[in-house]
Design a protein around this ligand. Structure first.
Ligand code: Q46
Ligand code: ZN
Length: 307
């Protein structure tokens, strides 16, 4: 690991990852051993590695898998579920499964095709749906925190995109942990946010974790992959540049970089929900918080497509 000036063998490497993850969980006050954690798993290397790390650390961590109904000729959703089920049964862990097609009658690609926003960007509809469903499941199950397997490369690509556009409300919200500021919102945490993608991939390999290799068919050509390629070039020239970009951002935030952003107008979307000082309303349909009076973004979308 050039950025850490560290080389470890196959025995010490996973130990190092697990210890570092515990350090980050504590440093950012993500959750503790008395709390119940819900891990969002996709069948990919990051989320399954995260679940494995939390299991080794003795956290009470259940998994949740959302079947998005994405086929793409590869039966993408069906085979990712198989990897999650296999992982959970090998470790005797509890996996909750929520199926979008079984619940709503159609999958994410069909929902996306019926909306303006989804026709242009299916991932935007998918992201909105996943956030909504995961928050609902975590609330109903009485979990203290919902954790995701976002790694450093994911976080830095998001940070880069939001900085290019000076998207202040999203920058304010980007953090290793997002406390539940209001009833109806569950705390969110990203324990892998300081690990490079190749570090989580190496962890999965060394630990013998079987995961889905294929990318979601909608990921191809996405802006975030373009940003990741740019940032990889930067990292190649300057080892540690990505980690430095992310950590410097967190430091700037801690020093109050965003103190003037509070009180900004809402854009009517629930993506930047939960900012300090923001007025939130309750969606009359699902009971989740929303930034505008009336239905939340998800319920509004589902109502439109059912007309
Ligand atoms: S699953 Fe959904 Fe991702 Fe596929 S449709 Fe896009 S957002 S790429 S993480
Ligand atoms: Zn709603």
């Amino acid at each position: 690991m050039r950025q850490h000036k560290l080389a470890l063998c196959a025995t010490h490497y996973p130990e190092w990852i697990v210890n570092q993850a515990q350090r980050f969980i504590k440093k950012y006050t993500m959750f503790n051993h008395h709390e119940r954690i819900l891990v969002a798993v996709s069948g990919g290397k990051d989320s399954l590695s995260l679940w494995d790390i939390l299991w080794q650390l003795g956290y009470q961590a259940d998994g949740v898998y959302i079947d998005l109904g994405i086929d793409g000729g590869l039966e993408y959703s069906a085979s990712s579920l198989q990897f999650c089920e296999q992982f959970a049964s090998q470790r005797n862990l509890r996996l909750k499964v929520f199926s979008v097609p079984k619940t709503y009658g159609i999958g994410i690609p069909e929902i996306a095709a019926k909306t303006n926003r989804g026709r242009q960007k299916p991932c935007s509809v998918c992201g909105l749906s996943k956030r909504h469903i995961m928050n609902q499941i975590a609330l109903e199950g009485g979990y203290n925190a919902l954790v995701t397997g976002h790694n450093l490369d994911d976080e830095v690509a998001t940070l880069f995109g939001n900085t290019l556009n000076w998207n202040v409300s999203f920058l304010e919200r980007q953090s290793p942990v997002l406390p539940a500021r209001q009833t109806g919102l569950v705390r969110k945490a990203k324990p892998l946010c300081r690990f490079y993608e190749r570090e989580t991939a190496a962890y999965a390999l060394v630990r013998g974790i079987q995961y889905i290799n294929e990318e979601c068919p909608f990921a191809a050509g996405s802006t975030s992959i373009f940003y990741k390629n740019l940032l990889n070039q930067l990292e190649q020239e300057k080892p540690g540049a990505k980690l430095n970009f992310y950590l410097s951002f967190l430091q700037a935030k801690a020093k109050g970089m965003h103190s003037t952003a509070i009180g900004q107008e809402s854009n009517g979307e629930d993506e930047a929900i939960g900012m300090a000082g923001e007025t939130l309303y309750t969606c009359p349909n699902c009971g989740q918080p929303t930034t505008v009076v009336g239905l939340c973004s998800f319920c509004r979308m589902m109502e439109k497509i059912s007309r």
